[in-house]
Design a protein around this ligand. Structure first.
Ligand SMILES: Nc1ncnc2c1ncn2[C@@H]1O[C@H](COP(=O)(O)OP(=O)(O)O)[C@@H](O)[C@H]1O
Ligand SMILES: [Mg+2]
Length: 379
């Protein structure tokens, strides 16, 4: 037997009696829903057909089983004992596999919905040795065609750790960006060795940090639209186009500012005070406008992190007290912007962070203005 059997299927080894060739045989357990699911699974695998998708060799006319070539193993144990550069390469190989394997599948609006290390297998056959995407058991058809929910854990269609937030809420809302999320979680896991949870995705310390941050944003609209976009972002990083963080930030702060790219970078590295605090004043008011339109929550999160850094008084890029004025004024500007745009929920939360920050720094310039603003008199 291969892998761990789940409720609906079991995968074992079988031999073709005429040719003597051995195959992996996936056998159905149960009838009804499971039967429909099995038929759909084979249909989806054939529709996705790509060298990076597990091939289906033979299907039982009664829908009891189908056969595949035998894979060498799952992605799961492959990350053990790898060096950092090996991890970087493995993560890239896996994202490339999914980008190629699911390219046409995603273009048709279909979604795999269960990308995880147990469903990415190492296959060595006539087409060469490579990773393949497997187990299309809960794939979603294109919107418009009916998809009964065939596997549920509570409300969830997917596997808890790797599933995107929208899979917990409404499985029908899955889009290719749902697969982008799971893939982001897989990259985070490959790079850190840490398993994600439904509310936490481990972020790499540097390389791919921006990529994982963007791929696993809770709002699908904030993620990469396609796996190809995610792959390109990773390739750009590896080609060294990125360079050290300060160079990346320098490049991002050029005019006109690519707010989306800056947003992702800012959220991924917002724990880095030395990097951002001295540069905040260079992020102009017009940029704050565009940033707000693109992602008000993300912008506020970033601003709050900056407050926290000021409050903790940790390394803020060697800024002396006088040097703290520009970042504080910038944060105040962001707060004013939130009030003006009537996002009072976000404004309140940022105001709290700003008070705490200014409270822990004595004789802060502009402090009285914070108070005035909180009372609404400056807005
Ligand atoms: N072709 C194969 N060759 C070798 N092992 C396989 C193959 N297909 C699946 N497995 C193993 O069996 C496990 C379960 O198969 P999978 O198709 O993912 O079924 P399930 O729907 O039960 O998750 C996989 O995680 C993998 O370890
Ligand atoms: Mg599986």
């Amino acid at each position: 037997m291969f892998g761990v059997p789940t409720g609906h299927a079991i995968v074992g080894r079988g031999r073709d009696l005429t040719t003597g060739i051995e195959y992996a045989v996936k056998m159905r357990r149960g009838a009804g829903n499971v039967e429909r699911r099995f038929t759909r699974e084979v249909e989806a695998m054939r529709a996705a057909s790509s060298p990076n998708v597990m091939p289906v060799i033979d299907v039982d006319p009664d829908g009891e089983w189908y056969t595949m070539p035998i894979a060498r193993g799952e992605l799961t144990p492959a990350i053990k004992g790898l060096s950092l550069s090996d991890r970087e390469e493995l993560a890239l190989a896996v994202v490339r596999t999914v980008a190629h394997g699911l390219h046409s599948f995603h273009r048709e609006g279909r979604v795999h919905r269960d990308l995880k290390p147990q469903n990415i297998l190492w296959l060595d056959d006539d087409n060469g040795a490579r990773w393949v995407v497997s187990d299309f058991g809960i794939a979603r058809n294109a919107p418009g065609s009916t998809t009964a929910d065939l596997t549920r854990q509570g409300n969830l269609v997917g596997t808890e750790r790797w599933a995107a937030p929208e899979q917990h809420a409404d499985a029908h809302s899955a889009t290719p960006r749902t697969d982008v999320y799971s893939l982001g979680a897989i990259v985070g896991w490959i790079m850190t060795g840490e398993l994600p949870t439904p509310v936490y995705v481990p972020l790499p310390s540097e390389r791919y940090r921006t990529v994982v941050t963007r791929a696993t944003r809770r709002a699908p609209g904030q993620r990469y639209p396609t796996v190809d976009d995610m792959l390109q972002a990773m390739e750009r990083e590896l080609e060294g186009v990125s360079g050290p963080l300060s160079t990346q930030l320098e490049r991002l702060l050029t005019d006109p500012l690519d707010v989306k790219a800056f947003n992702d970078f800012a959220l991924a590295h917002r724990g880095n005070g030395a990097l951002f605090l001295p540069e905040l004043r260079r992020i102009e008011r017009s940029t704050v406008n565009t940033w707000f339109d693109a992602d008000p929550e993300g912008m506020t999160q970033f601003a709050e992190s900056m407050c926290d850094l000021l409050k903790d008084g940790q390394d803020v890029g060697g800024l002396q007290r006088e040097g703290l004025r520009p970042p504080l004024l910038w944060l105040l500007d962001v707060l004013r912007h939130l009030v003006r745009r009537r996002r009072l929920d976000l404004a309140e939360s940022l105001a709290n962070a700003l008070f705490t920050a200014s409270g822990s720094l004595r004789s802060i310039p502009g402090r009285r203005r914070h108070r005035a603003l909180a009372k609404g008199s400056v807005a």
